[in-house]
Every structure is written in C-alpha cells, then in structure tokens.
Ligand binder design. Structure first.
Ligand SMILES: O=C(O)CCC(=O)C(=O)O
Length: 281
C-alpha cells in the first residue's frame, strides 16, 4: 500500500518508550514500540465498569435524544440509533475525572507518555445493534493535528467486544510513519480502505486496547443484539499543541491545556496533588 504523509508531518521519528516501567510488561512495551498497540487486560473490575457505565449512560442518552431531533439524525460522526460520540465528559462528571486520573492511567502514561502528562480528550462511543457501517480507518492524530504527533489512546471496553459487535481493528507498524493524509467521508476521516495486515482486537469489559495516536484503527459493524459501549481516554505530553491553519493559511498553535478538561495527570512523574504536597505518588 502506498501511504502519503499529512501535510504537517515532515521528518517524523517515532520516540520509543523505554523503561523502567510501573505497570506494563517488557513485552507490552515492545508491542507498543514495534506494532503500535497492545491489550491491557483486566484493568478495571466489574464494579468499576458498572459504575462508569452508570455514569456515562445518562450523558449518552442525552446525545442520542439530541441526534433524534435532527432532520438527518446526524451530527459530524454521530448518527442516531447507530453510533454516538459523547465528548469531554470529564468536564461534566467528577467520577469520570477521577477515573481518568486514577492509578491505572497514571501508571500507563508514566510508562508510555512521560513524566509530565495531561488528559487530552475523553469520549464515550456507543455502537448500537444493527449498525452496519464500519467506523473507518483513521489515526486519532488525523482528526485534530497535535504536536508532538505521538500521544496515547486508551480504548476502554465497557462491554465485552469482539468482531460480532464492533471491536477495534488495528494496523501494525504504520505508526512509525507519523500522521498520514486523511480524506473526509460520510462516516468520518479515512486514511485507508480495507488495508492488508489488519488485526482484530477483541477487548473484554474492563480491559483496554492501548494504542498510539498514530496507529490506524477502525471498528466493525454491530451485528449483535446489544449496545457495544466504550470509553476512549487520550493523554498527551504537557506542552503539546493543536496545530491548525487560519483563514489566511497561516499555522496557528493552541496549547492542549484547556482548564476544563485538559488537566494534569502527572507532574514530574507524580500525581499533581502529591507533587504539590511533596509526597510520594
Ligand atoms: O469506538 C469506535 O467504534 C470508533 C471510535 C474511534 O475509533 C475513535 O473515536 O477514534
């Protein structure tokens, strides 16, 4: 397959993660560096998953209700009764804020992002039964271009997911190329169509598909009779900036440090509270 780089991606070099690690194994680190992803199993127990689902469901219901008021049932990549995206839930929920800054994610970002890290984005994605369209192949950095291009996506399964209900598929090794050119489609941004070498990643509820912002991924149809629920949480190094072009074509940098939702997760390798108090993590 021929790959074209995003116009802003010049001279990208993958920065391999190096130990010592707090949470991941050497094998997971190698998979992340070489293939761009790994499965982090049983990160959260059933009670925690149930709590998070109970917290997200009402926000998702609002998103669904809003979509149904629209003439075409659509808003950007959300479609009524098919797929809903409810973004920035941490700015509306203390429970989700605590979840995203909890020990599991603090350790993962220590191991995979660095000592100074902020939450970049969070959103629930619910795929409803009968959704036939796949969610197309894309890199997360193909949606909004961030520098550094390399940040972390944690796709948390809130229900068991496999090929029957829309689990993620990933494309190994392509993350080394940096951000690719994407085109817009009715279903979302696209960097590839049916690429060879794609790998399905079934994820049990409470486990996380961990991948780079540069790992092309897609999800399949939901042919089951229940809703596939996921919560996507992304983390970027402190100092990361969103790069856009203004109307005149000049580049504009916006720090990814919005006070409402892009809060600090780690400061000097420690949780910000511990860093302020001078305590250990
Ligand atoms: O979870 C899904 O079905 C697709 C969502 C996705 O890949 C994303 O938001 O980057």
């Amino acid at each position: 397959m021929e790959w074209k780089a995003h116009e802003l991606n010049t001279g990208f070099e993958w920065q391999p993660t190096r130990g010592p690690y707090r949470r991941i194994t050497q094998q997971q680190a190698e998979s992340y560096n070489e293939r761009g992803f790994f499965l982090f199993e049983d990160a959260f127990d059933a009670d925690t998953v149930a709590e998070i689902v109970a917290e997200i469901d009402p926000f998702e219901a609002q998103a669904e209700a809003f979509l149904r008021t629209r003439e075409d049932g659509k808003l950007f990549i959300s479609r009524a009764d098919e797929i809903t995206f409810a973004p920035l839930l941490v700015s509306r929920s203390e429970r989700l804020r605590a979840f995203c800054s909890g020990e599991v994610f603090r350790d993962l970002v220590h191991d995979l992002v660095g000592p100074d890290v902020r939450l970049y984005w969070d959103q629930s994605v619910y795929k409803k039964p009968g959704t036939r369209d796949p969610f197309p192949w894309h890199q997360d950095n193909g949606y909004t271009y961030l520098e550094p291009q390399q940040y972390l996506t944690c796709w948390v399964a809130l229900t068991d997911t496999d090929e029957s209900n829309g689990c993620p598929w990933v494309l190994p090794k392509i993350h080394h190329r940096g951000t690719l050119e994407h085109r817009m489609s009715d279903l979302g941004w696209v960097c590839a169509d049916d690429p060879p070498g794609a790998v399905p990643l079934p994820v049990r509820a409470g486990s996380i598909a961990v991948f780079s912002s540069l790992t092309p991924h897609a999800t399949g149809p939901n042919t089951s009779d229940s809703i596939r629920k996921s919560y996507i949480v992304q983390f970027a190094p402190d100092g990361a900036a969103i790069i856009t072009r203004d109307e005149g074509g000049s580049l504009v940098e916006t720090p990814a440090a919005d006070a409402g939702h892009q809060f600090e997760i780690l400061q000097g390798g420690r949780s910000p509270d511990a860093a302020t108090l001078g305590n250990a993590t």
